[in-house]
Design a protein around this ligand. Structure first.
Ligand code: BMA
Length: 859
């Protein structure tokens, strides 16, 4: 490798922080290079003030009890960060030096050696400052002042719609900081991204854009554009006798280091070098369920007068991605096409992995994406109320083969699109993030906002909003215009949900994507545009059985609450508060109208009477409810092409729609997902007193063939009925195999007394089990569990006897534990061995293992 002139110096690490009242100090005094900051508080960068104060024991951990409310004073103060570092500068060199902040939260003024270098007003993008003339050889100081937010919104107009808090529309900051219906208000401040110095000579690669134009088995075409910028100072440009000649080498390198395609000595004209790389026999990037997420490395080297001055080196997956809105008959569709193959998107919505975004360790991203893959998810939606995620998130999605639906950060509010400065800020944010993310194989779609178009109509119709649609210029003009210039390679969708034909509203099942909030929130559908929205808070109004009425083309949000796991709750609640109905439990639930969850359980499991029942009943309702909806959506895959659960993860230890709780312990629904999201699904479609339909859904690229076995057991495990059907199901289709009357499988038994099991024989698909009536209508006999722990193998074998054990649950008092299975049903005599491990191979407290079932405990 040739030596490259550009160099990077990481300035992340330990900084110091201090706070003042607004106006208490003169900025120039605190920013002064020589200020004695010995007594300031040590703080990690990246990070934030809350995290630093917790680490030093200055504030109490904000997720314990009501502690978040105790740290509200932080948002009233002016916060300062300082660091010093050494630099060797060659006085004669023509070096150009930039100070890069990957994340500043939010209103920052940056000082270098006491000089004000610039101000920033946006948490949701990186900021680059030219500091060439401010640095000196030897010792240097950087200070960053953060204003309290109120200085920037207190004189601003408030809009009649901004969910959860009124001040945020003017602030380009993660919306969820101000509280959401699953998280507390914790208004963070600080340097949440890495900081570095970049030193260049003569010229630099400003941006690189790589896009796959076409793929086939034999060939792929990758178009690469490099934007080159001269960084010569005015003076040195004029000193030179000849203009600098810049060229680029562009190479694609495989995992064994071989160059598979290249273009050498490309001339840079008008600041651009461009080429099309022809890759023979390309290894394509696929989602993990359809193939291998193969990554090449793309290398662009910039030469100035023959000397290598800059280099870009990034993993790059070759793949095409399209969104189709019609099928061959011209009917509505909303389907992603990956490398020419129409795929079924299975996954969930992603929220920031912690309220304290700057404090999230990279391992948390890796683990959450690993868990998604384990649950057979192939798409995650980065929801608009958070951030454009950190690079590590996309690294993991690229590497693990998960597609990303990326929202722009506009959620549930009106935004001042009439204001020039605001729109300038938004423009910078959009361009900055598009340029950062557009080479990602995982990135499948850009989406303008969360629920704004849809809710604007609902809220206008109900009279809650009387103002014009402020913000629409962002989603309908600014963003699409920027994408056309900077990333025409992938689809853009203005909002989620979006669509609406024949007077139906944006959440219309016949066009675009759809959020199903009949279930849980009780919205009544169908609804026409302009109609007053109606809520039905009743058992029938909120039940998950409503999913079957939903013939959405793509279900991008739907879900239900479930309790967090015992460990997560106990760890974060004061002693004596771990009981159903405690003020602390209620505080964990930020949703409006807690009655919805009760109604949902009332109609399915019955109302819980204690915390144990609450954990069990809410988890069972969520798991069975998601299964009910997702199996339906997947059975109608001639129409529906995606199911993204609301929501994957949690940002604090609360009660929410998440499938994985804050301590990274999956809820029951996660283990159910291993079956309901499996590429080959055996599914029973059934309603009480109606026939049973047996289905096979095949999302793979190959036909599946073999036999489908149907077994019916009574609650004591006696097999009442067994039969098989021959199946042959083509790739990417679903098929009804057989329909039977209830009476046929029940014989002399009642529907409350049986469990139905589907098994694949001769092909691979997880077994799937169903009860024919809701849990509240089934009286389960007591089951006995025997448990055998194998310390050496770190595994546990559970065996049931006497009766079917419903929802067998393994609990350990430790976070991040991975169980190969959990929350399963066992027939009497049946055993299951579950392996357990900690991602850092910590010893597991197996002696404290608790094993239970809804209807049984360890014998
Ligand atoms: C949708 C999401 C979130 C919200 C969730 C649950 O509206 O987009 O705004 O948290 O539903 O209410």
């Amino acid at each position: 490798m040739v030596n490259v002139h550009r160099s990077t110096q990481d300035l992340s690490g330990q900084w110091r922080i201090q706070h003042y009242e607004v106006g208490e100090k003169r900025a120039m005094d605190v920013a002064a290079a020589a200020l004695d900051d010995r007594f300031w508080i040590g703080a990690a960068v990246p990070g934030d003030v809350h995290g630093a104060l917790v680490e030093r024991g200055i504030i109490d951990p904000p997720y314990f009890g009501h502690n978040d409310a105790k740290s509200r004073w932080i948002e009233q103060k002016e916060w300062w960060y300082r660091t010093t570092f050494n630099l060797e500068l060659d006085a004669s060199s023509e070096e150009h030096v930039e100070l890069v902040f990957e994340g500043l939260d939010t209103f920052a003024t940056v000082y270098v050696n006491g000089h004000e270098a610039g101000k920033t007003t946006n948490m949701l993008m990186s900021h680059t400052l030219d500091v060439t003339r401010l640095l000196r050889s030897g010792w240097n100081a950087i200070a960053v002042k953060f204003d309290p937010l109120h200085l920037h919104h207190r004189d601003k107009e408030m809009f009649d719609w901004s969910s959860y808090t009124k001040e945020r529309p003017w602030l380009r900051k993660a919306a969820m900081n101000f509280g959401w219906d699953w998280g507390p208000r914790i208004v963070t401040v600080g340097i949440w991204g890495a900081v570095r110095l970049e030193r260049y000579t003569v010229a630099k690669l400003q941006n690189v854009y790589a896009r796959t134009e076409s793929v086939s088995k034999t060939e792929a075409q990758v178009q690469v554009t490099a934007d080159v910028q001269s960084v010569l100072s005015f003076r040195s440009r004029h000193k030179r006798a000849q203009p600098v000649i810049t060229t680029c080498d562009i190479r694609l390198i495989n995992d064994t280091g071989d160059v598979v395609a290249s273009s050498a000595s490309l001339s840079v004209t008008e600041g651009k070098a461009e080429t099309v790389l022809d890759v023979l026999h390309p290894r394509l990037w696929w989602t993990h369920d359809l193939g291998e997420p193969y990554l090449y490395n793309l290398e662009v080297t910039l030469y100035a007068d023959g000397i290598a001055v800059d280099r870009y080196y990034q993993a790059y997956g070759i793949r095409t991605i399209e969104l189709t809105l019609h099928n061959e008959q011209g009917e509505g569709r909303f389907a992603f096409i990956l490398n020419g193959l129409t795929i079924y998107a299975k996954g969930a919505n992603w929220i920031p992995a912690d309220q304290l975004i700057g404090m999230i360790p990279n391992s948390r991203y890796r683990e959450l994406v690993e868990l998604s893959v384990e649950a057979h998810m192939n798409m995650l939606r980065v929801w608009a109320g958070g951030i454009y995620e950190k690079d590590v998130f996309y690294d993991e999605c690229d590497r693990q083969g998960v597609l990303v639906w990326q929202d722009f950060a506009f959620a549930n509010a009106l935004f001042p699109d009439f204001n020039r400065d605001f729109m300038h800020n938004v423009q910078q944010e959009v361009e900055n993030n598009v340029l950062r993310l557009r080479n990602r194989a995982s990135l499948a779609i850009w989406c303008g906002n969360n629920e704004i178009d849809w809710l604007y109509d609902m809220k206008t119709a109900s009279g809650d909003i009387t103002s014009p649609f402020y913000g629409q210029h962002i989603y309908h003009e600014l963003i699409p215009e920027a994408l056309e210039r900077l990333d025409p390679s992938r689809p853009y969708w203005p909002s989620s949900p979006y669509g609406g034909n024949h007077g139906q509203d944006a959440n219309d099942p016949d066009t675009g994507d759809r959020h199903n909030w009949q279930v849980w929130h009780g919205s009544v559908y169908p609804r026409k545009e302009g109609e007053i929205p109606v809520l039905d808070y009743s058992i029938e109004g909120v039940t998950f059985k409503n999913y079957k009425k939903d013939h959405a083309l793509f279900s991008s949000e739907f879900g239900m609450h479930a309790s967090a796991n015992r460990y997560t709750l106990e760890k974060n609640m004061p002693a004596g508060q771990f009981y159903w109905g405690s003020p602390e439990m209620a505080y964990r639930n930020k949703d409006t109208n807690h009655q919805k969850g009760i109604l949902l359980m009332e109609g399915y499991t019955g109302i819980p009477q204690n915390i144990e029942e609450y954990m069990n009943f809410s988890m069972l309702t969520q798991a069975e409810g998601l299964r009910y909806g997702i199996e339906h959506f997947r059975r109608i895959n001639d129409r529906n092409s995606g199911a993204l659960v609301w929501q994957l993860n949690d940002s604090w230890p609360g009660t929410s729609w998440s499938m994985i709780d804050y301590e990274l312990l999956p809820k029951a629904s996660f283990y159910y997902a291993k079956t309901f999201f499996h590429p080959v699904l055996l599914s029973l479609e059934h309603e009480p007193e109606q026939p049973l339909s047996l289905w096979v859904v095949n999302d793979t690229r190959d036909e599946v063939a073999g036999e489908l076995r149907l077994n019916v057991y009574d609650l004591h495990g006696e097999r009442l009925y067994s039969t098989t059907y021959e199946v042959r199901v083509q790739a990417q289709t679903s098929m009804r195999i057989e329909t039977l009357e209830e009476a046929e499988v029940l014989g002399t038994r009642q529907a409350e007394e049986v469990m139905v099991e589907l098994r694949a024989e001769g092909f691979k698909a997880p077994m799937n089990r169903y009860f024919l009536r809701d849990p509240k209508d089934i009286v389960l006999p007591q089951s006995q569990l025997s448990v055998h722990v194998n310390e050496e193998e770190q595994s546990v074998t559970v065996t049931a006897s006497a009766a079917i054990a419903r929802m067998v649950k393994l609990e350990l008092p430790l976070g991040r534990i991975r169980c190969s299975d959990n929350y399963f049903d066992l027939l009497p005599g049946e055993s299951r061995t579950v392996t357990l491990r900690h991602p850092e191979n910590r010893a597991l407290p197996l002696t404290e293992l608790r094993v239970s079932a809804l209807n049984g405990i360890e014998a």
